[in-house]
Design a protein around this ligand. Structure first.
Ligand code: NAP
Ligand code: ZN
Length: 357
């Protein structure tokens, strides 16, 4: 008898840099510990573009991207305790991990010593089939990796919290963004605009550093107390040594040394952007002023739930442009030109409509 499976369809890239196109595939049949979602919305993260383009060198095709997933629970396994059909649930960048190592026990599955299972572009832990992401109609996920989405949040606008939200929330919390601190945010895209909103809600003073003059006015609405056009050397100079903490969300190679000059002594620069090329750095830019340069990668399930609850309490969601799946390739082109305010979110109801060439 053939093994039972879940039939799915979505949009996939068939090769590196390929256009996304309709694709039918199979997920595992739900087990006792699984939750099944009908996907409602999925955000487009710049990591999707990096992975479709094989920018990091380890992409697997066919690839159905998408790790900012909001869906409605349609079925739960017999062991599932915290979800029932009809609930709203979210899935971020991880769908499984070993569950046994110290980071997993601390619900920091993003540091699983055996490697977490990515929502797409990975292999299921039993090695039987690849994982496919949220540009699709459904998902089968272990209960522990399904997150509760506060009811007061608009589901389309909440989708980006599952990656852009947690990726910026985690370092803001870790490095104590709050009253009396000045937080700089570099780049006003999906991650950057979430960093602005979250830092503001935590009580910090916020400064946006952007290369796009067109975003300066809108940034104030997002809570920027100060806005700096980073292509203007004068403006950069006048903000030297002004930030306690900087979150760098830039997706392309850029000058990290120039950003370190914006830090006060003992300040912290956190890289979350993942350009494919390395950036050179002079030791003196860290030595002078005893500055810390670090990175941060998403967050574990516990902290992701904490972030969602924080956003529920403070009514924080992303500013989104909702698109049908048929517009996904155009959205990718616009993101490469930094032309999005501030996150594209795919309405998966559009999967039922015909594809366009
Ligand atoms: P995005 O929406 O495309 O935003 C990136 C922003 O970077 C742009 O809007 C632009 O802001 C700025 N930028 C782009 N090219 C630039 C350049 N050449 N020089 C200076 N600034 C430039 O991307 P995103 O979805 O926020 O993702 C940002 C990065 O974070 C990506 O590399 C992604 O892979 C990575 N990421 C990391 C994690 C993690 O766990 N660490 C999680 C998710 C994503 P302005 O127009 O304001 O200048
Ligand atoms: Zn992402």
């Amino acid at each position: 008898m053939p093994e039972p499976v879940t039939h799915s369809h979505g949009y996939a890239a068939m090769e590196a840099g390929g256009k996304l196109q309709p694709f039918d595939f199979e997920r595992r049949a739900p087990g006792a510990k699984d939750v099944v979602l009908e996907i409602l919305f999925c955000g487009i993260c710049h990591s999707d573009l990096h992975l479709v383009g094989n920018d990091w060198g380890w992409s697997r095709y066919p690839m159905v991207p998408g790790h900012e997933i909001i869906g409605r629970v349609t079925a739960v396994g017999t062991d599932v305790k915290s979800f029932k059909p009809g609930d709203l649930a979210g899935i971020g960048c991880m769908v499984d991990s070993c569950g046994e190592c110290p980071p997993c026990e601390a619900q920091e599955e993003n540091f699983c010593q055996k490697g977490f299972t990515g929502t797409y572009g990975a292999m299921e832990r039993d090695g039987k089939r690849p994982t496919y992401g949220g540009y699709s109609n459904n998902y089968v996920v272990r209960e522990e990796f399904a997150l509760r989405v506060p009811d007061n949040l608009d589901p389309a606008a909440a989708a980006p919290l599952l990656c852009a939200g947690i990726t910026t929330y985690a370092p803001l919390r870790r490095y104590n963004a709050g009253p009396g601190t000045t937080v700089g945010v570099i780049g006003l895209g999906g991650l950057g605009h979430m960093a602005m909103k979250l830092a503001k809600a935590m009580g910090a003073r916020t400064v946006l550093f952007t290369t796009s003059e067109s975003k300066c006015d809108a940034a104030r609405v997002l809570g920027a107390d100060d806005i700096v056009l980073s292509t203007n050397p004068q403006q950069m100079k006048s903000h030297a040594a002004s930030c306690d903490l900087i979150i760098d969300t830039v997706s392309a190679p850029h000058d990290i040394g120039a950003e370190l000059q914006l830090l006060k002594a003992k300040g912290v620069l956190v890289l979350v952007g993942l350009p494919s090329e390395p950036s050179p750095l002079a030791s003196s830019s860290l030595v002078m002023g005893q500055k810390t340069l670090t990175g941060s990668m998403i967050g574990g399930t516990s902290e992701t739930q904490e972030m969602l609850d924080f956003c529920g309490q403070h009514n924080i969601t992303a500013d989104v442009e909702v698109i049908p799946i048929q517009a996904v390739n155009e959205a990718y082109n616009r993101m490469l030109k930094s032309d999005v305010k501030y996150r594209f979110v795919i309405d998966l109801a559009s999967l039922k409509e015909p594809a366009v060439a």
